[in-house]
Design a protein around this ligand. Structure first.
Ligand SMILES: Cc1cc2nc3c(=O)[nH]c(=O)nc-3n(C[C@H](O)[C@H](O)[C@H](O)COP(=O)(O)OP(=O)(O)OC[C@H]3O[C@@H](n4cnc5c(N)ncnc54)[C@H](O)[C@@H]3O)c2cc1C
Length: 468
């Protein structure tokens, strides 16, 4: 049967279909550390909407699973393919189809990299605000499918707020258009928002109309502060939000994470920054204000940080700001240099950040592990990281993660702030949603994908085999 499906694909799509080991192997993993047990049957490198439709028609007719895949940088195991599946690789659909300066929007194919779109927009004084730390390597289609966030989203919004409309190929190959090009529009249910964050389980995004913003004019002012412990730093960041201040960036690096990034970068990279003299127990908080009123806002943030017990430096020099942000962005490579990393992604209401940090420390102590944690503190999104050796996430790490998820939900938070459920967190989905919401969501999946061929196993457990 798999051979017959591959033949059908090859007859319809010719050279777009690959069964080369290098392609099959690459699609067995993303950046979550998960790897499928077996390779898929083929990878379709689609270059047009018609090719995506052809692929879906064949998959629909033969009941073959399809895994949509952008740049493969996901952290939830959402684009990983295994036995019997076709990988639908969208990375070659990478054209910016239109930029409308008058309407402040762009129409793009899904494989355009976030960073490439912004490079193309810069000369026109416009930008696409969603800014995952992976913006140089992740695709707009993937950003939409995961509803990606980033460093700037407390002020400028997550991906959902930047998507006006979509073209989506449905499970049976039909092409659906959702949304609009207008700023407002409330006709019917908001299917654009439904597809945003649907992780390839409802349809394949083949085109997106995205909202652009004018590049923020004015200076950028950076406030860096070092705190004696993580709870004090978390309380200081919560105080910023409570004071109705909206810095573009508000990032926290706890002491364990800071020690690892300092070791990775070395003393020369930290020389001249407030991190040069950090002691082992201290936590780092970084805020950046932009636009009109940046200087006043930053001065007020500096005052709040100092009042909370922080050692504060304020800088109007763009190069210093970039350098400090660079230290934050070095977290991923710093952790990856020390082993396999499970990057977690819980979020809590901002006022509960100190409690969440306290809980993470306690969970780490109880399980005898370090949990280096960084946070987009401005939106309450924490990335506790687990570094381990070997191919599989060890059981005690999952036990610690399980406690952490339950704590976040108990504090009024969520399992995942921006990375998605994928295969990694599906076992906790019903716990957060509750029975009614979970069943409704399964019903929505069944409506869009009645035969269950779109990314099976992502978000929802795969269906049990029929009883004998
Ligand atoms: C170093 C690093 C830093 C990161 N930082 C952030 C961060 O700050 N914020 C954040 O949110 N994420 C972050 N991520 C995670 C990841 O980059 C994002 O989830 C990103 O949006 C995934 O895009 P992608 O193109 O790589 O998608 P993929 O990994 O290829 O796919 C992700 C999911 O989207 C689906 N999908 C992809 N394309 C389509 C499509 N066209 N139609 C339908 N479904 C599709 C897949 O099936 C899968 O479920 C980071 C990852 C790394 C490695």
């Amino acid at each position: 049967m798999p051979h017959a499906v591959v033949s059908l694909l090859q007859d319809a799509l010719g050279a777009a279909v690959s069964t080369a080991d290098v392609d099959l192997e690459a699609s067995r993993e993303d950046r979550s550390g998960w790897r499928s047990a077996t390779p898929p049957i083929a990878v379709v490198h689609a270059t047009s909407v018609a090719e995506v439709q052809q692929t879906m028609r064949i998959a629909h007719a033969t009941g073959t699973p399809v895994v949509p895949r952008g740049a493969g940088t996901g952290l939830a195991g959402g684009a990983i393919a295994s036995t019997g599946a076709i990988v639908l690789d969208l990375s070659r659909m990478n054209r910016v189809l239109e930029v409308s300066e008058a309407d402040e929007l762009a129409v793009v194919e899904p494989g355009v990299l976030n960073g490439d779109l912004n490079d193309a927009l810069a000369a026109r004084g416009l930008w696409f605000a969603p800014d995952p730390a992976s913006r140089a390597i992740s695709s707009i289609g993937g950003n939409i499918a995961t509803n990606a966030g980033g460093l700037l989203c407390a002020k400028y919004g997550v991906t959902r707020e930047a998507v006006l409309g979509l073209a989506v190929v449905l499970a049976d190959g039909r092409l659906l258009r959702t949304g609009r090009r207008t700023v407002k529009g409330v006709t019917g249910y908001d299917l654009t928002a439904l597809f945003t964050g649907s992780e390839g389980t409802l349809g394949v995004i083949v085109e997106a109309t995205v909202r652009l913003r004018p590049i923020t004019a004015g200076e950028i002012v950076t406030v860096a502060a070092v705190f004696p412990d993580v709870e004090t730093a978390a309380a200081a960041s919560a105080a910023v939000t409570a004071a109705r201040l909206r810095p573009a960036v508000l990032e926290l690096i706890d002491a364990v994470a800071l020690a690892r990034v300092a070791r990775f970068l070395g003393p020369a990279e930290l020389a001249g920054t407030p991190l040069e003299t950090v002691t082992r127990a201290e936590t780092f908080l970084l805020a950046q204000s932009d636009g009109a009123g940046a200087a006043d806002e930053a001065a007020e943030i500096a005052r709040l940080f100092a009042a909370s017990g922080g050692r504060v430096t304020l800088s109007t020099d763009a190069a210093t700001g970039d350098r400090l942000l660079g230290i934050r962005r070095a977290m991923h490579p710093a952790l990856a240099a020390s082993g396999q990393v499970l990057i977690e992604d819980v979020a809590v209401p901002r006022s509960r950040l100190p409690e969440m940090f306290r809980a993470i420390e306690e969970i780490g102590r109880r399980h005898g592990i370090e949990i280096p944690t960084i946070a987009h503190a401005g939106d309450g999104n924490l990335h506790p990281n687990f570094v381990y050796t070997g191919d599989e996430v060890p059981a005690h790490v999952w036990a610690a993660a399980d406690e952490m998820f339950r704590t976040a939900v108990a504090l009024g938070g969520t399992l995942t702030g921006e990375h998605g459920v994928g295969v990694l967190k599906r076992r906790w989905l019903a716990d957060e949603l509750g029975d009614d919401s979970f069943e409704l969501q399964r019903g929505i999946k069944a409506l869009f994908d009645p035969t269950g061929i779109l990314n099976p196993g992502v978000m929802f457990e795969p269906p049990l085999p029929p009883a004998r």
